[in-house]
Design a protein. Structure first.
Length: 186
């Protein structure tokens, strides 16, 4: 059906968002895949670094996204907004500007997130919308997944243990995979 690239916006080893991404990959419908990619190793954006060439980590992630049917962003919420490390990764993915259309143009994108707090990353997810519009993506609005109180949803090993969240995640993933399969520019 569809090949999705998924990225977590957290670098922390025991990240709830990375755990949520792994759970999503495990619930992907037969015939579809979620390829988990990382923003780890992407340097802080610096025009001087760019002038010396796009870092290999950036090029590899850009190529993976460009070859996928969709992009799944799993975002933390820091100070009621976008996490800087993930925004930095997205900013690098737009360099050089000529690559924006190849990487993001018309690409189906879904956003979900997890937090130990009660807000469930609602504000972060909303803050991503102007960025996704600017990049020319095709955001999927057919579902929403805001995981609050994540320490109760995942066990100490990062396994999803909340059956209600698992059911919601499965519906979310299935809906996005179907959307991506119908609207893929790849």
């Amino acid at each position: 059906m569809a090949h999705i690239v998924g990225i977590s916006g957290s670098l922390r080893r025991a990240s709830f968002n990375t755990a949520l991404l792994h759970a999503a990959a495990g619930l992907t419908p037969p015939g579809s895949t979620i390829e988990i990619r990382s923003i780890a190793g992407i340097p802080l954006y610096d025009g001087d670094v760019e002038a010396g060439g796009i870092p290999g980590e950036v090029t590899a992630l850009k190529d993976a996204i460009a070859g996928a049917d969709g992009l799944l962003i799993v975002t933390p919420e820091y100070n009621n907004s976008i996490p800087g490390v993930l925004k930095n990764g997205i900013d690098w993915l737009t360099r050089p500007p000529a690559d924006i259309k190849r990487v993001f143009g018309g690409r189906p994108v879904a956003i979900m997130g997890a937090t130990p707090g009660l807000g469930g990353t609602r504000l972060s997810q909303a803050a991503w919308l102007p960025v996704l519009r600017t990049l020319g993506t095709a955001p999927w609005f057919g579902g929403a997944l805001f995981v609050a109180s994540a320490a109760k949803v995942f066990d100490a090993d990062g396994r999803l243990v909340d059956d209600a969240i698992r059911s919601r995640l499965e519906v979310f993933v299935r809906g996005f995979v179907e959307f991506a399969a119908r609207h893929s520019p790849a």
